[in-house]
Design a protein around this ligand. Sequence first.
Ligand SMILES: [Zn+2]
Length: 492
Amino acid sequence: MPALIRADFYQPTYFGDSPISDLDYVYRIPRFKCEHCGSDSTTSRFAYPHLDPSTVLSLEELRIIDGRKPEKASDDKIANCLGQLRARWRVPVTAGTSFGPVRIKVSARPKDAFDALPLHSALFLRRGMAERLKAEGFVFDYVLADAYGRYAAEADLVQLCAPTAGRLWLPPSITFCSHCLRHSPHERLEPILYDTDAIRNLPFFATLEAGKFMLSSTFVGAAVRLGASGLGPKTLWPASVRPGPAPAAPIFEGTGMRVPPIQPRDSSGRRGKKSQTSPTTKREINPAFVSAWLRRLRGFLDQVRLMGGCAAFATGGESKMLFSKPHGLPGSLSTLLTACGGKLSFKYSLDLKGQEFSGGLEVDTRLLKRHKRECAKWANETWIADEPEEKSLWLNSRPFASLPNGDYLGLGDWSQESNPPVVYLCHDDSSQVLAQDLASFLEIWAGLGYIGPEISILDHFIDNSTGMLDASTLKAERLRDVFRSAEQKGTS
Ligand SMILES: [Zn+2]
């Protein structure tokens, strides 16, 4: 496997060349409010392509969980459907759980053997590869994908039946409700697994806490050996494993699944991801701010090089005279780009005591239209099209940088605000506001050593009460300490 970080398990994430352009669920549990924890979000997407709820529920109940046009129903009614489905199959079921094979449109020639839908709502494999892996001795089930479109037959995809058998480690700030099987506050979780015999013996499984798929390294290794392409550090995230916890009372005998005892809710309450920004503290950006910020950045990158890391930096400075001020952009972005001669590009990576730090950004006037087009495509042709709040954010923001993981940084709706907030457009999870304006973002990010800015990295520096980036936390201070101590060693 080229450059894949060695791990026991991998979480498949973003397959950039997905041939799947559209999808529909047969049955899917809608959102509901839990009477125990109050959660009303969708934090996991268990998928049971091989189970058919029409053998359990009445026609009236089936309409409530219809995957395309669900009928509105009370929380009680949804909970009642949930109870019947859980009792029948003894599997975890909650908001977002789907049943039956996902109906997919395959409109491009498939390149890779695997494909995963956003938010882990389905995991696909090409049938030939599935059969070869079975011939190698891997034991698993699949159903034929319900596929249409020009390349459906050629792709010949099957949807894998992943048993829910793994447990994710939850940071102390997160609680898990053993009634509705959701975590709060709703945020992205690190793929850290608890070690159990159940996961060691499986080629792949889903986790109870967030319904994430995990592939074992022996399974991934065999697939690569058999010629599966597209598996690499961009599509597979390593999942670390820690010793297993003491199991609580089992509730899902069918899967051997155990859930933790109910923990008190975090007193800080729910995380306000899309919280409104305070108008009194907005910061304007100006050329002096940008040049000071660029000086600080260059100083940082020089230090990175002194510490043995790699760093590259470029602006459109050479062509500054030729560069005309961009029109039709929020003022803050236009000011930044003008001060940078139309382009700002930098990246660095640094190894400190075996720990890798890296960051970078590319903002280029010439790429802005393409970002806007690509985001509109995401908003209209993927799962985002089904989530009105997300869709509006993707369509109304002005994306200014695309990230290697498929996400975007953008400025929020500026028809509403002249100095819009910086938003993180996440292609496989909820999007969120990172900072109240561009100046604040640039400043806070500098305080965090310009790391990321992928959300999996920035997530550690989000203030739960506002949902935004914060460089004044203890964690951020520790990060700066790491840089500082290395800096002293590097220069002494
Ligand atoms: Zn609950």
